[in-house]
Design a protein around this ligand. Structure first.
Ligand code: GLU
Length: 509
């Protein structure tokens, strides 16, 4: 097998969509699996769509999720430069080669002439009018004008583009590693522009030339590029590179959670989940879109989730470290069908990866959030709180949400519980409990449980009847972590103070 060299080739036209991260990930996994090279190539030949900051964003996003690059714009490499705008001179040479061997031609048609052709054809055929073998001989190009005229126009600085001369009737075939054999009739392909009038290549030419020069072995990219692939096959052929042509793998689309159509930023916004890996401020509107990172997703969880959007290992195992993904990954196991973007699954992965962390690691997130709120807390207490909450969190920030009561005593109480559960029995138990807990020295969870046990036994009140009132008195709320552990973390003094406050505020019925 030839050396695996893959590239992620985004255009810096805005933030990197999460689907782009998946494309980059699949490239990365294949490269690592075969000890190959992962290349970042910035496809910035379309100056009109260039967005400042987008390239930086792409690099930061890849680095955050842990996709390491072997070659790229900043890193360099044997086939530098890796930014297409810096490779401008390379492309015209190949466009000229195509003209010389008769597979491309200069076209001088201006906008009005192109428009007129389209209108003419629309009337005639009603079909999709395009610049191709059926129309090119009616247009102003180096196939219809004399050589002298063409030279004269070029010398005079007339605007021109270079177009690929797509054959009239030929089957163009390619073997996609995911879709199998794809055959397109050349009459479906138009004479695509290869070089624009500004001297810049189009995506089609630059992509083929660079994949060849950079010795790319596999082109792994989104399904939206599949229609362009036959055109690329022709370009490889006409440049004499068919033998070196990379293998193609067009990835299935990412669909909305309900499977109905392609996932867009609008859908994600409406359903309240991110679509970009990191925060992104649109430079035009100044609108901020929250990223997966800032929402609290862990990069390893996101990677695991994304790996499964279109690929599966063929086993029941769902949790894969990056190393495990690398060894299990196979292009052949990517499906053709679109992959539903199930955000609930992404959350599930995040929960799993958070649970795998130690209390001390979780405590670090909590301490960070506490610091922002100006709340002081020692590491040990933070670790105990993290331990109490670990099964209940989806994002690190849930700890401060769910555990706020550990630091701030409730001033108000859950109204429903107060109305339903604050009764004579609850008051009796809570009053005794308060007195007994106040004098105990080291309030462990076990000690709290045994005092509660004794009090309820003495008063002959079943524990189950008063637990909700007790939780409400301590936390203000109706649900939360284990109550005995909660009391141990709060400590005897705080527990009796809170119980006292509840008794005074809610009254002794
Ligand atoms: N520049 C293209 C994009 O933005 C790359 C497509 C490809 O990988 O060939 O998606």
């Amino acid at each position: 097998m030839r050396e695996v060299r893959v590239r992620f080739a985004p255009s810096p036209t805005g933030a990197l969509h999460i689907g782009g991260v998946r494309t980059a990930l699949y490239n990365f996994l294949l490269a690592r699996k075969h000890q190959g090279k992962m290349i970042l190539r910035i496809e910035d030949t379309d100056q009109n769509r260039y967005v400042l900051g987008a390239e930086e964003y792409i690099k930061e996003a890849l680095s955050w999720v842990g996709i390491e690059l072997d070659e790229g714009p900043d890193i360099g490499g044997p086939y530098a430069p890796y930014r297409q705008s810096e490779r401008k001179t390379i492309y015209s040479e190949y466009a000229k080669r195509l003209i010389e061997n008769g597979h491309a031609y200069y076209a001088f048609d201006n906008t009005e002439e192109l428009e007129a052709m389209r209108n003419r054809l629309k009337e005639k055929k009603g079909a999709n009018p395009q610049y191709d073998s059926t129309t090119r001989m009616e247009m102003k190009n180096s196939l219809t004008l004399s050589k002298e005229e063409v030279d004269k126009r070029i010398k005079a600085g007339d605007h021109f583009v270079i177009r690929l001369k797509v054959p009239a009737s030929e089957e163009v075939e390619l073997n996609d590693l995911i879709r199998g054999k794809v055959v397109v009739h050349s009459s479906q392909i138009d004479d695509k522009v290869l070089m624009k009038s500004d001297g810049m290549p189009t995506y089609h030419l630059a992509n083929v030339v660079d994949d060849y020069l950079m010795k790319i072995s596999h082109v792994i990219r989104g399904e939206e590029w599949l229609p362009s692939a036959p055109l690329h096959v022709l370009t490889y052929r006409y440049l004499g590179w068919e033998k070196e042509m990379p293998a193609f793998a067009h990835l299935p689309l990412l669909l909305k959670p309900d499977g109905n159509g392609k996932l867009s930023k609008r859908d994600a916004d409406q359903m309240g989940f991110p679509i970009f890996p990191l925060n992104w401020t649109d430079p035009k509107t100044n609108e901020l879109a929250e990223g997966f990172k800032e929402r609290g997703y862990l990069p390893e969880a996101l990677i695991n989730f994304l790996a499964f959007l279109g690929w599966n290992p063929g086993t029941e195992q769902e949790l894969f470290s990056v190393e495990e993904l690398i060894s299990a990954f196979e292009l052949e196991r990517i499906g053709k069908a679109g992959a539903k973007f199930d955000i609930q699954k992404a959350k599930w992965y995040n929960q799993q990866y958070l649970r795998a962390k130690t209390d001390e690691e979780l405590a670090r997130y909590l301490l960070h959030d506490l610091k922002e709120l100006g709340i002081v807390c020692d590491k040990e207490k933070a670790a105990s709180i993290a331990n109490a909450l670990r099964e209940r969190i989806t994002f690190p920030s849930d700890m401060i949400e769910l555990g706020r009561f550990f630091f701030i005593a409730p001033e108000t109480f859950d109204e429903k519980i107060a109305a339903k559960k604050w009764n004579d029995e609850a008051v009796a138990v809570i009053s005794s409990l308060k007195d007994e807990i106040a004098i105990i020295e080291n309030l462990t969870a076990e000690a709290a449980a045994s005092i509660l046990e004794q009090v309820t036994a003495r008063l002959a009140i079943p524990q189950g009847k008063i637990m909700q009132a007790l939780r409400m008195a301590l936390t203000g709320g109706a649900s939360g972590p284990d109550l005995m552990i909660t009391m141990a973390i709060l400590g005897n003094h705080e527990v009796s103070t809170r119980l006292d406050y509840a008794l005074k505020t809610l009254g002794r019925k």
